[in-house]
Design a protein around this ligand. Sequence first.
Ligand code: ADP
Ligand code: MG
Length: 292
Amino acid sequence: MTSQHGTPDAPVSELGPTGRPITEFPIPTPLGQHGPARIIAMVNQKGGVGKTTSSINLGAALADYGRRVLLVDFDPQGALSVGFGINPNALELSVYNMLMQPRMDPHDVVHHTAYANIDVLPANIDLSAAEVQLVGEVAREQVLARSLSKLAGEYDVVLIDCQPSLGLLTVNALTAAHGVIIPLETEFFALRGVALLVETIEKVQDRLNPVLQIDGILATMYDGRTLHSREVIARVVEAFGDKVFETVIARTVKFPDASVAAEPITAFAPKHAGAEAYRRLARELISRGGAP
Ligand code: ADP
Ligand code: MG
């Protein structure tokens, strides 16, 4: 195509939702050996922003790329466990026992899923008691880190699906982690509360875990047809710059559908754009060095 002046148009690089040129992240190369894991906490003290959905589906996508993944359900609601068909009320052992019984072997809590390379540490309502019971413990912020250190050698990535709070359990997750992913719902109040979250992360960096870093901000439930969604992303990019993942997750009913089927979307509807989005997020995370 030529312009009015007869000169060829410069190739127009297409811009993605975050306003940056669309990058093709390479297919990750298979790993020659496994572990020790990089530990990532999925955190936002707001509920319903896509923490559990992102833990399940990013985990499943990483597993599809041959990474050994341990998913930690760290929410007493147990939604991640349910997402893999585990009945939280029927658990003999859960993350709660792992935290409260220091002599217990955490391997006894690990649940092998139907999917290759994905294991789950399940949770149920018992975990809500840990928040209170841990307060009196010595080194109460490091309890999860100690348990996970006994498992991390066997995995490439550990993803901790946090509950919607900045309480002691979430501080435990931040203390155990190398990185944090913050999912934000692409809605008007997306950034509300994020300053407090960043402050909490900085306190944990200062006092407990100097290696902790923010791996990325993930925009979820994006609707590209609305000006509103595009404006929200622009605000998030203004606040966090390159920390915002280029990959955004669109709003689609396939995610709740996959939850009802108790399957990751990458298994429930592998060809759906939602599945491809989480595979792309996995590729982006790996190419950023956020996962092996
Ligand atoms: P959180 O763990 O932060 O509370 P969830 O991952 O449980 O959030 O998501 C909240 C609800 O929104 C769930 O019903 C989930 O199925 C749905 N959901 C998550 N991501 C999307 C999406 N991209 N599009 C549509 N619905 C979604
Ligand atoms: Mg959740």
